[in-house]
Write a protein that binds this ligand. Structure first.
Ligand code: ASP
Length: 344
């Protein structure tokens, strides 16, 4: 759907998936999604922008709690189909799972040479104090490529542009809802947009490749003091489980009890990949830094460095989906950076 058409040089495609940014309140005060035309009506400033804007809406607009790998594939296919026709892409998305979608898209796009900027808002665009107007205008400006070409999947929120697979939603109330704890923001919006080009992914020399397979037979095991053997064994024994992300303490530490190590070892011997990600927001897993991670290292648990939980889960699903039957390759890639999600 063409939204703003002129004779302008740069072109941006909006992919609208739903979320608070496009919601209205019903008579009971509950929020429901509405059509993209209303978003455009709510941001009349866009009439003055210096690039053309088109839009595509997913078949069903959703609260992002209903996001699925199939919908990630739909978003990726739209961008792949339109890749040569636009300078950049803005994905309007609910904030709740935005960091998962941004991570998933980053893995799906190999050799991405154009900006894909996800944004949304904490208050619906139709409300007077909505943060959505600022977010959408800045995301479009950045995606237009007029000022800089960022060859990455990013999240723009409340004056910061973050690498998508480094981002986390950390606040359910503030406009400043996202953070990238282990990698600096790629740009900061004030009177000017100041881009930190030295932090961007390198411009690819090969054409874009898109892979849309995900294997969802994965689980997350979050440790806490007192966690019981029954819970751990029942999760690790889930039928057909292919991979598990263990959310450990500090720099990748876990209980050293025999039952815990042997539960992990049993799972690994059945072919389950076990990935060690820290519960800490910042910092990295360092296997063997403490005795409390030596046994995990010995039995073949993979350390995931300073990856976010969102990137770890989506990366595991992506690698299992695209390299079925090659667990050694999946393990190797999990320990390395694919799209800048791990500091190496
Ligand atoms: N529940 C909403 C969603 O993620 C929240 C938001 O958009 O901020 O779709």
């Amino acid at each position: 759907m063409p939204l703003m058409r002129g004779m302008k040089q740069n072109k941006v495609l909006i992919v609208y998936t739903g979320g608070t940014i496009g919601m209205v309140q019903d008579e009971n005060g509950s929020l429901h999604p509405f059509a993209l035309d209303r978003i455009y009506d709510a941001v009349p400033q866009l009439r003055a922008c210096s690039y053309d804007i088109d839009s595509v809406t997913l078949d069903r607009i959703i609260d992002s709690s209903n996001m699925t790998p199939d919908l990630w594939a739909d978003i990726a296919r739209i961008i792949e189909r339109e890749y040569d026709h636009y300078d950049g892409f803005v994905v309007l998305h609910g904030t709740d799972t935005m960091a998962y979608t941004a991570s998933a898209l980053s893995f799906m796009f190999k050799n991405l040479g154009k900006p894909v900027v996800l944004t949304g808002s904490q208050l619906p665009l139709g409300m007077l104090r909505s943060d959505g107007r600022e977010n959408i205008i800045c995301a479009l400006e950045i995606a237009s490529g007029r000022l800089a070409t960022i060859p990455e999947v990013c999240i723009f929120f409340e004056s910061h542009l973050y690498r998508g697979n480094r981002s986390t939603k950390m606040n359910a109330e503030n406009f400043d809802a996202f953070e990238s704890y282990n990698y600096p923001s790629l740009a900061k919006v004030g009177i000017n947009i100041s881009f930190k080009e030295h932090l961007f992914m390198p411009m690819p020399t090969e054409p874009l490749q898109v892979r849309t397979n995900f294997d969802t037979r994965v689980a997350v095991l979050k440790l806490f003091p007192g966690i019981g053997e029954g819970v751990v064994r029942s999760l690790l024994g889930a039928p057909d489980l292919q991979g598990v992300v263990v959310e450990t303490y500090g720099s990748g530490n876990a209980p050293t009890d025999d039952w815990f190590i042997s539960a992990l070892e049993d799972a690994i011997s059945r072919g389950v990949i076990v990935l060690n990600v820290t519960q800490c927001k910042a910092g990295a897993v360092k296997m063997r830094q403490y005795a409390a991670s030596c046994d995990m290292d010995r039995i073949g648990v993979v350390g995931a460095g300073d990856i976010t939980i969102e990137a770890a889960v989506t990366k595991m699903m992506y690698l299992l989906g695209n390299y079925p039957g090659d667990k050694e390759h999946v393990k190797l890639r999990l320990s390395q950076s694919l799209r800048g999600e791990i500091t190496e």
